[in-house]
Design a protein around this ligand. Structure first.
Ligand code: OSB
Ligand code: MG
Length: 369
């Protein structure tokens, strides 16, 4: 298929409720969307970079720059057959994986549409029903957090994850466990701790957590192995895993027993599939992480979660938890059992609400071949 043009656009979407991690609070998303216009089909991708370079070095603006100056010009006007080929033909610039993923994933979407099959089948997925979990940010008070958890448990979500940091951890987990002794519970520190906290982190063991996600530095694997050795609770790495070689290193060093896979963080479907294969071979369970995506990124996450190794509930939950109105139709919904049914429709499985996208757009640029 020939890519005739590529549209970059930024949309603004206010969150229904703010989302706070150990690195800051988000109230409104600035989301970069990529559309590849091929003969007769439009493939869509979402860049998962944040508004500020806090989770990783990328931001909405750095991704815009890299896509406009380097990535889109390398593909506009070119012949390309598949998402996998897009990964191999990506310009040799370092890092900027979220920018690359937005473009590569748009090509995967276009490929699925041209082949007239669901995207999840193109990537080799098999799951038909996905287990959904939620990630709940740091709140203004313990009471506010407990009431949010009550809402999500009542909605049926199969795993609750809470954000933690020094000063918002042991007392919070204590209260959660007192109220819900049996739920599948985990926490995510987004690198808020150091090795000075080993004794402190050992106290987490009594809460029977499924995992502690990314307690230490975002660029560290080896020291997570030292920490894992000191804890009974499973560690899970998020920020530290940028590609399949990192996944292999983390598994061989026993730096974690669970892996979080994010399409943007690893640079797109091609590398995410490789990470999944490394984990599967080592029998390390993986799950799909979230980056407060709009429905477009969310539908890509659902496709990825159909791969067989995604055996734990992910951070992919209902559109309505984030948005007053999502940009896809239908929106993503979750059953009372906390599951998401996989769509059998061609492509990503959710139509694009172009009128709403147009209304939310604050800048747009078309790169032609
Ligand atoms: O670490 O998983 C994370 C959101 C922004 C940046 C990093 C993370 C998160 C989440 C949100 O936990 C998951 C979601 O999309 O609900
Ligand atoms: Mg995380």
């Amino acid at each position: 298929m020939r890519i005739e043009a590529i549209t970059l656009r930024e949309i603004r979407m206010p969150l229904v409720h703010f989302f706070e991690t150990s690195f800051g609070r988000t109230t409104e998303r600035r989301i970069l969307l990529v559309t590849v216009h091929c003969e007769g089909v439009d493939g869509w991708g979402e860049c998962t970079a944040g508004e500020h370079p806090f989770y990783s070095e990328e931001s909405t603006d750095t991704a815009w720059y890299v896509l406009r100056e380097y990535l889109a010009p390398a593909f506009a006007g070119k012949e390309i057959e598949s998402g996998r080929e897009a990964a191999f033909r990506m310009p040799a610039l370092r890092m900027h994986r979220m920018a690359k993923a937005a473009l590569e994933n748009a090509v995967w979407d276009a490929e699925a549409q041209v082949k007239q099959v669901p995207l999840w089948k193109v990537i080799g997925g098999t799951r038909k029903e996905l287990a959904a979990g939620v990630s709940i940010g740091i709140q203004d008070s313990h009471g506010q957090l407990l009431s949010k958890i009550a809402t999500e448990v009542a909605a049926g979500y199969q795993r609750i994850k809470v954000k933690v940091k020094p000063g918002w951890d042991l007392a919070v987990l204590e209260k959660i466990r007192a109220q819900w002794p049996g739920i599948l519970l985990s926490c995510d520190a987004n690198s808020a701790y150091t090795l000075d906290h080993v004794a402190h982190l050992r106290e987490f063991d009594r809460f029977r957590l499924l995992m502690i996600e990314q307690p230490l530095w975002s660029d560290e694997i080896y020291l997570h192995a030292l920490l894992q050795h000191e804890l009974t609770t499973n560690l899970c790495l998020d920020e530290s895993i940028l590609h399949a070689r990192h996944a292999l290193a983390a598994i061989e060093l026993k730096a974690c027993r669970i892996l979080n896979v994010k399409l943007g963080r690893v640079g797109g479907f091609t590398e995410a599939i490789r990470v999944h294969e490394v984990a599967l071979a080592a029998e390390v369970p993986v799950w799909c992480g979230g980056m407060l995506e709009s429905g477009i990124g969310r539908s890509h996450n659902l496709a990825m979660s159909t791969l067989i190794g995604f055996s734990l509930p992910g951070d992919v939950s209902a559109s309505a938890r984030y948005w007053k109105e999502d940009i896809i139709d239908p929106e993503v919904t979750v059953s009372a059992q906390g599951t998401i049914a996989v769509s059998n429709t061609v492509g990503r499985g959710y139509a694009i609400n172009e009128r709403l996208i147009e209304r939310l757009t604050v800048r747009k640029e078309i790169i032609r071949g």
